[in-house]
Design a protein around this ligand. Sequence first.
Ligand code: SF4
Ligand code: SF4
Length: 446
Amino acid sequence: MGMEDGYPRADLRTSGDSRRSTSDPDLSVDRLRMAQRRFHIMAKPGGSRCNLDCQYCYYLSKGALHDGPGIGRMSDEVLERFIQQYIEGVTGDEVVFSWQGGEPTLLGLDFFNKVVELEGKYARPGQIVHNDLQTNGMLLDEEWCEFLKENQWLVGLSIDGPRELHDAYRVDKKGESTFDQVMSAAMMLKGHNIPFNTLTCVNRLNAKHPLEVYRFLRQELDSTYIQFIPIVEYREFESKALNTLDPERLPKDGTPEARPGLPNSVVTEWSVDPYDYGSFLSRVFDEWYKYDVGKVLVNHFETLVAQHLNLPAQLCIYNEFCGRGLVVEHEGSVYSCDHFVYPEYLLGSVMDRSINEMVRSEAQIRFGQDKGDMLPGQCRMCAYLKDCWGECPKNRIIRTRDGEPGLNYLCRGLKRYFAHATPKAEKIAAGLRQKSFDPRQRMPGR
Ligand code: SF4
Ligand code: SF4
């Protein structure tokens, strides 16, 4: 599963106006502190352990990264401490646990029965506890379905499109197809009436088939919660931490090296081409706009419409700040974000520091604010700044045409998508302003 873990779950519990400018730094810090009262921690109780071998998985490689958390199993002691602390740290009536990996089902049902027991032990009266499980579906069986149904867990199922597109990269340890197994997992979930969303990694291949992918998800799987995540992996991702890249050596926007496919491209060959990514989102947007508005939630489109209603971005990639989506690894260490599981971003361990303290620490505030502060001039001048905010810092691996580092690899595609979709998103927003509308529906998984 891996790579899909790396992108933010839809954050529907944010507050504040994400379309505000960054011009007042003190105000930004205050607002960030306020916003961080609402945070989310993704749990990786098995670390990078997985039963598949998806070519694009950045997370499997972390098993080999020096100083990384690697593979393991969360002990009962760490699990209890995490659950207790997380519930105590969340001030609202609702707390959401997200279980991801690697592949979390490898931990077995005993582990997750313990989770439910501990959540019951620590939940405050009246507090609602939700759980999301992101899975590749390989191990789902009748017993799992009964558990998911009984405890009302939401499932995120990873699938990259119809057979040929799914099997291009999502293979098992023998390099063999996983399509039939994921389809049978989907049918089993449907048979038990267990709600699930689909998570599709947009890679170099399936990005060229937007309608095939979208229609498959809609018509074959009947998915009404669709999440798309772009695959962007800098070439040395298996051995080098993102923050050690030399900015002077990064390619400039518009050069062939800023696209995949060359021996010296900045990204792996399976990374999505930025131009294809823009076309993919635009074409899927049109199909969604024509047939599915109000019926199907697509993470990028819901966020765009929400932002045009002056509501917060539902995906952190399109938010002005980072910092509200942390990750806890199997041995209890907490990092600033799933994409920054490096020693520099280690905030502490649940065993010896409170989650509350870590979320509100100066280091985490700084991490959150860097997203806006590190934007290159090209983004600050961009017509789509308040829709995009430079997307995710993990993808800022190219330079602007005049050599400034920190430009998002996907920029050309993002511009194309925003230029195409914002007029229609604005129309949808205008229509919704006429009605009483609550866009804060919950989108499970990531
Ligand atoms: S780095 Fe920021 S935008 Fe990217 S996934 Fe983490 S919190 Fe979200
Ligand atoms: S579209 Fe490109 S220039 Fe505009 S904010 Fe996004 S990354 Fe920056």
